[in-house]
Design a protein around this ligand. Structure first.
Ligand SMILES: [Zn+2]
Ligand SMILES: [Zn+2]
Length: 724
């Protein structure tokens, strides 16, 4: 027998290190594994270690406080670190703290999360390969790195001239040196307020067109002058090029990188390395960029902070906005959350004084907000038995007036495809997806029926599959049909459509936007995609064709989303001060008395927020309670239900369950997707901490529980879910 002391002697000067490797959180396993190293390594060092029969990239981690060094396997049972990726500086302590927090809060393994948020390419490299990549980055010149989206090269980076897409010329003031517009009084006030040493997160509530970006630019300038890096998060990849262009224009002497999922793996690694090494001054990205390690952080900005895209919807379901706030505190840097329609959670935090609210209610240049007109569809004359027309007569007239004046109109309809369902009048067959509890959508352009949930795409049948009737007809209206109807209704008008279907190919969105900016379009039909951030100068009319659906949706956030969508959409109109006076937003509604529309008519976010928050308070919904969803997927609904019921029973028996309400398992709105049945169970608590304690104690046991429920394919927990 060898005693522990002997074993220690055997390994001599070997050092025992905790290492975060990619593995899910399981019962009985700590978040890190112990390995041996021949030299002491700083925490945060990237290493390669044997795991099972594989060699995997991993990170030397801070030793968990609970696990004493003499706990666990004897040193001689431990394996040795295979390689130290020493070309890279250790990942900073704040980065590890952020990952630690996120893994605990969102209930994922530390190693699982840490490795998932590193660039995938990084994990494929050996020490020598990494060293080469790092060496290549030395002395990177100023400008936007890889600005040309066409460059898919591995090493020869496109550098130098910052991106200036032609469509953005009016934004950036054209080529030339950095031009700094004179700030408005409101911007000056906000900038002055940012100077004070109030360390609370800033909620910048600025009307659409109030110039929030100029505030970001000025705040960034300060951080850059102080030798710091700036991290800017945006909700959509589509929004990065124009923001990139504005930052590049303002800071031509700085290195700017973007981080989002549309980059090639090589680009993403290069940009990440430049940020981590401190060579990039500005880092712009989507939600995953919140985990970018920064050598000298100075400012974090979250633009359009209310946007649901900041919530990751699979794997670790984190909120990048919430993590940005947490990270700013860790790093001791300011954070600005900007929006015209803040998330009600953020608004409430500001009301409680936890965030500092700064407001810019006026549009730049004194432009008026577009007038909001409610078109009461109940009062529109109609032939007996006729379906409601796509556009009521007054709206059609208003659009024709615009066309006559060479102004543009934007028609918003949040449903793509031609019609949401096909229907046989003879036997009542409908275009149900055979694999999902959803209709397949009719796309006329290629005569297909497509399921938007599982992707199943088939040719439209010539006749009803059930009874052979040749007369199967579309019901309802999507953007494709609206586009067709507009072309018929407005002869001679140039009608275009922008939605996920027309922009599937790389570069098509840019081309379509350029056509709109260039005045080649009279009427633009689009989904919410066109309401975000785009600066349309010639649009003086925005119309929501059928916005009522969300008023009565079961999702408690539906009203908040609708208000935000419509206010953003209204903000697309009259961006030119001169055109602002005659800009309008039209809403075709059957419910003109609804308080949401009344608040919208006054552009009164505050009144809307106050009313919504009161409803949420009474219904004990966020931000007045804290939610988590346990989801299960199985081949049968019964198997999913059995698992969740057993999980619920286990929860109810726990001492921590006292402050947490457990709701019975129910199917989500679309229960079956691709032949997988889904069920979910809601947990609610007035106390975030109580909910966290409960989840932490409960979830590890579910791994075991699942082994008794063979039918369950997957389960996952979603903390602070966006939809329930
Ligand atoms: Zn039929
Ligand atoms: Zn389907």
């Amino acid at each position: 027998m060898v005693s522990a002391e002997d074993a220690d002697a055997d390994v001599g000067v070997m050092h025992r290190l905790a290492v975060a490797v990619e593995m899910p959180r399981h019962a009985g396993l700590s978040d890190t594994l112990d390995y041996l190293a021949r030299q002491p390594l700083p925490t945060g060092t990237l290493v390669r270690v044997p795991l099972g029969k594989r060699l995997v990239t991993a990170v030397v981690w801070d030793r968990p406080e609970v696990a004493a060094a003499d706990d666990g396997p004897l040193p001689h049972a431990l394996r040795e670190i295979a390689e130290v990726l020493g070309a890279l500086p250790a990942l900073p302590q704040t980065w590890r703290a952020l990952v630690d927090f996120a893994s605990g809060y969102y209930q994922r393994g530390v190693g699982e999360l840490a490795l998932a948020v590193l660039p995938p390419e990084l994990r494929k490299l050996t020490g020598v390969q990494l060293q080469r990549r790092v060496a290549r980055l030395a002395g990177y010149p100023a400008g936007t790195v890889d600005a040309d989206e066409g460059s898919r090269d591995g090493g020869d980076a496109h550098r130098g001239a910052p991106a200036r897409p032609s469509t953005l010329g009016h934004l950036t003031g054209g080529p030339g040196g950095p031009t700094r517009p004179t700030p408005s009084a409101e911007q000056l006030q906000v900038l002055a307020d940012l100077q004070t040493d109030d360390r609370r997160p800033v909620l910048l509530h600025g009307a659409t067109g109030s110039g929030k970006t100029e505030v970001y630019l000025r705040a960034a300038e300060q951080a850059l002058q102080a030798g710091r890096q700036v991290l800017v998060l945006v909700p959509e990849i589509n929004l990065t090029p124009q923001l990139e262009a504005r930052f590049a224009q303002r800071f031509p002497d700085r290195v700017l990188v973007s981080l989002h999922s549309a980059l090639t793996p090589a680009q993403r690694l290069r940009h990440w390395l430049l940020a981590h090494l401190g060579q990039a001054d500005l880092v712009l990205g989507t939600r995953l960029a919140v985990f970018t390690p920064l050598a000298r952080p100075g400012l974090i900005v979250v633009d359009e902070e209310h946007d649901p895209s900041f919530k990751q919807q699979e794997g670790a379901r984190y909120s990048a906005r919430d993590l940005a706030v947490y990270r700013a505190r860790l790093e001791g840097v300011p954070v600005i959350l900007g929006s015209a329609t803040p998330a009600l959670e953020s608004w409430q935090r500001a009301s409680e004084g936890r965030y500092r609210r700064l407001s810019m209610p006026q549009r730049i240049g004194g432009g008026a907000m577009p007038r909001v007109r409610l078109l009461d569809m109940n009062l529109q004359p109609r032939e007996r038995g006729e379906h409601a027309p796509a556009l009521a007569a007054p709206l059609r007239q208003a659009i024709e007036d615009r066309i006559a004046r060479s102004e543009q109109s934007l028609l918003l309809l949040n449903r793509r495809g031609y019609a949401p369902v096909l229907h046989c009048g003879a036997c009542s067959w409908k275009s149900q997806c055979p694999h999902c509890s959803a209709w397949r959508v009719f796309h006329k352009v290629d005569r297909t029926l497509r399921c938007h949930h599982c992707g199943l795409t088939e040719r439209v049948p010539r006749a009803c599959p059930d009874c052979g009737n040749l007369d199967i007809a579309p019901i309802g209206r999507g953007t494709e049909k609206l586009e067709e109807q507009m072309a018929a209704l407005l002869p001679g008008a140039r009608v275009a459509r922008i939605d996920a279907d027309t922009t599937r190919l790389k570069g098509t969105l840019d081309a379509q936007l350029a056509a709109v900016h260039g005045g080649e379009v009279d009427v633009l039909v689009g989904t919410q995609m066109v309401t975000k951030g785009h600066d349309f100068r010639r649009i003086t009319l925005v119309a929501a064709v059928n916005p009522d659906g969300a008023l009565f949706a079961s999702d408690f956030r539906a009203a908040e989303r609708l208000f935000s969508l419509l206010l953003q959409a209204a903000g697309r109109a009259g961006r030119d001060a001169e055109a602002a006076a005659r800009s309008e937003m039209w809403l075709q509604t059957w419910h003109p008395q609804h308080p949401l529309y009344a608040a919208l008519q006054r552009h009164d976010y505050e009144a809307f927020a106050a009313q919504q928050l009161e409803e949420r308070r009474q219904a004990r919904l966020p931000p007045f309670s804290h939610l988590a969803l346990l989801r299960a997927e199985a081949r049968t609904a019964e198997a999913a239900l059995d698992f969740l019921t057993a999980a619920s029973d286990a929860a109810a028996a726990m001492p921590q369950a006292g402050a947490v309400s457990l709701y019975p398992p129910v199917p989500p709105p679309v229960a079956r997707v691709a032949d997988v049945e889904r069920m979910q169970m809601l947990l609610e608590s007035p106390s975030r901490i109580a909910l966290q304690r409960m989840l932490g104690a409960w979830l590890p046991g579910l791994h075991d529980l699942r082994t008794h429920h063979k039918g369950v394919l997957r389960w996952a927990v979603d903390v602070d879910p966006l939809g329930i």
